[in-house]
Design a binder for this molecule. Sequence first.
Ligand SMILES: *Cc1c(COP(=O)(O)O)cnc(C)c1O
Length: 457
Amino acid sequence: MSDTPRYRAIAGRELPHHPRLLHLPAPTRLAMAAVAEVLPFRVNEYVIDTLIDWERVPEDPIFQLVFPQPEMLSPEQRAPIEQALTLGASSDALAQLVQQTRAQLNPHPAGQLSHNVPNLESRRLDGIQHKYRETVLFFPRQGQTCHAYCSYCFRWPQFVGDADLRFASDEVEALVAYVRSRPDVTSVLITGGDPMIMKTSLLARYIEPLLEVPHLATIRIGTKALAFWPYRFTHDVDADQLLRLFERVGAAQKSLALMAHSSHPRELETQAAQAAIARIRSTGAVIRTQAPLIRRVNDDPTIWADKWRLEVQLGMVPYYMFVERDTGPRGYFEVPLAKAVQIYQEATRQVSGLARTARGPSMSATPGKVVVDGVAEIGGKRVFVLRFLQARRPDWVGRPFFAEYDPKATWLDQLRPAFGAPEHFYERELGQLLSAGGGFSEPILRRRALQLMGEVA
Ligand SMILES: *Cc1c(COP(=O)(O)O)cnc(C)c1O
């Protein structure tokens, strides 16, 4: 790349013609193009030239991470789309096929569209998700895209529609009004998409009003930019301004945490990434790292041990290992819980205590974040030992519970209560909470939101 790297997205229909892919067989490229019609696809030259080892394609983990793979859809799902592409079907016909296929992929797991949407004076606050008492998630409207897309993304449906990217000043007013109204909220997590896709001036318009809220302690920004476009922090025209913004958060006696989506140690090995990390840390911001455990990308204890070790060496704090969610091409990427907990344990055993700060494997499921602590034998029965790290009801947190061991189970809803119990301890209360509107609240993907709030703020 040239001295001043400039971001350019490579997306959609460019895929089958990209020079790097031309050596792949034509049917493979057609199949990839069909998958890219259904699931989000976007990459850039940094990822292509720096992160992917093209000698190892298609097995290369970063190639698997960003490029659509034929097996992400079943042959039955793919064939009609391939045919439509080959025969040049009308865009209406193609769109209809694509829509039908997406609907088969559980686009909104964990009750994301209905539960968890907060009310302020009984108006729904779209763009805000409040599921756990202390933490509010905020989805700024212009932050709902990324520098490249992960092929397993659980928020994939929001990247395949038409986004409305105008700044909504009433949106941030709504957020601030909501957080002010909730003294229990100590942390706002700005997420997406990737908020780092936004210009600094725009991000500042979201962050600065939050600095005035006394009970707010931390502002977090969820991002994959360290991996997919580290130049955001070093070379982009407003990179310096961004670092000044981070410093202002500290000056206001709040802590800024960059929640870096970090899938594989290779993402952190580049000079560009390490320069970005050093600059971010120089502002006083903390970088915490998290990622899902993904088959073909990082389903190996050595990868996690190497990743956590390098993160600690570079001054970052490992935070979560997630279980891949029950959406999208999950069959392609999922790792059984039994294997996930084994990978977690073998990885933590290889690193010093400083690198054991990541909790996991954790499922972000409808009732809360459930970690698999291990497999135990109790009274001659093998069971999974489970625990809430976060919950819709704070008093569920920390209480161990047990499920029958099942080597194939990949998600909480497949786990049966152990010892003949009729249901898990939280299920009755969860049913009541959800029928009453979800307790705190959950998400919202780009939406015409906060016309509402203009009125109440
Ligand atoms: C993980 C998560 C959070 C953050 O939880 P912490 O334990 O504070 O890191 C907040 N909201 C939702 C919906 C989450 O999944």
